[in-house]
Write a protein that binds this ligand. Structure first.
Ligand code: PMT
Length: 329
């Protein structure tokens, strides 16, 4: 016998429940995360405070979503993303004067600490005997390059309350928290930017079709049929934050279809820009596509060798476009 309990879900079948209603309500297929309401209030307060101070606020999504296969989850499908694009972009937005809500996958790369993600904490510390004979822990600055500079930046951001981290793990968490963020930022209108760099699953298994317990391999090969995830860009642009400046990302592995896909996304969702990138070259090349323009941003090997990051260029380009958007009303 095979594990075919999921076969009955036929994509596009007439009996399919609506995953996102016309009013933008997510169906019960997507469980509401327990911290959703609390986080929504925090995001609304953050946006109101910075908006009142005349500061722009960017909501960055970062990292991949996780789609569980069982209610008591042992296995899940993941989307590829290290979170580096989102984490480094957050730093450049902060440098450009934005306040940042960082909606990121639990344990993906984080602004500032990302620079030390490959370092073993214990290797960067040294034990010394202090003047009164007690043990003292000293930071080995060679093991943590630029630590003084980075720590100063991080502490300044923290003291000024410019960075609000919000975590997600599953696709359901992501969808609900993105909606909450959009509604929280809506009151500041065009001062808000959405920078959707997360890699979001296009497929999911509805809660009602998921087995409660671990799928048994003794039942044979597993056949999975998944439903389409509603695109959040539609209600985000039309209903939740209609005055905001919205940027989506498009990742492809085939460079020849990238521009076409980016343009198609702009046509469908009618938002302000798409940043197109190809998996293998994403650290050194992106194309920023708007309804009227198309700008390629490229890093030379020499620039990459000096530590220049493409996110610096992406953020400069988009912050300037955001200024024009605000001026044009
Ligand atoms: O994290 P790194 O390792 O640095 O990699 C960065 C990146 C390659 C992940 C990033 O640059 C990137 O391209 N992210 C988007 C990946 C992608 O193509 O996602 P998508 O095709 O699932 O979605 C396209 C856009 O629609 C995205 O902006 C997404 O936020 C949005 N979307 C997706 C699904 C969904 N249900 N609703 C959405 O609105």
């Amino acid at each position: 016998m095979t594990n075919s309990y999921l076969k009955k879900i036929t994509p596009g079948s007439m009996a399919e429940p609506v995953a996102l209603t016309a009013e933008g309500k997510l169906s019960e297929d997507f469980a509401v995360p327990s911290h959703a309401e609390e986080v929504k209030v925090q995001m609304a307060d953050f946006a109101a405070q910075h908006g009142a101070a005349g500061r722009r606020v960017v909501l960055i999504t970062s990292g991949g979503t996780k789609v569980p296969l069982e209610s008591r989850t042992v296995r899940f499908l993941d989307n590829f993303s290290s979170g580096r694009r989102g984490a480094s972009s957050a730093e450049y937005f902060l440098e450009s004067g934005y306040a940042v809500i960082f909606l990121h996958r639990h344990r993906s790369l984080y602004p500032f600490t990302r620079l030390y993600s490959g370092i073993n904490l214990l290797d960067s510390l040294q034990l010394e005997i202090g003047s009164c004979g007690s043990d003292q822990v000293v930071v080995n600055q060679q093991a943590l390059p630029n630590i003084t500079k980075v720590l100063k930046l991080y502490q300044a951001v923290k003291e000024a309350g410019l960075l609000l981290p919000v975590e997600f793990s599953t696709l359901s968490d992501y969808l609900h928290l993105l909606k909450a963020a959009a509604q929280a930022l809506s009151p500041i209108g065009s001062q808000a930017m959405f920078y959707l760099a997360a890699a979001v699953s296009d497929f999911y298994i509805p809660a009602s079709d998921m087995p409660e317990h671990k799928i048994q391999s003794s039942s044979g090969p597993l056949h999975i049929s998944m439903k389409m995830v509603p695109k959040m860009l539609t209600p985000l642009v039309k209903d939740w934050a209609p005055q905001a400046f919205v940027i989506s990302f498009k990742l492809e592995t085939d460079a020849s279809i990238l521009l076409d896909r980016a343009r198609r996304a702009l046509d469908i969702y009618r938002h302000q820009a798409v940043v197109g990138n190809v998996l293998d070259t994403r650290r050194g090349y992106v194309v920023v596509v708007t309804p009227d323009t198309q700008v390629e941003l490229v890093l030379t090997d020499e620039e990459a060798g000096r530590g220049v990051e493409i996110e610096d260029r992406i953020v400069s380009n988009l912050a300037a476009a955001h200024s024009n958007f605000i001026i044009q009303g």
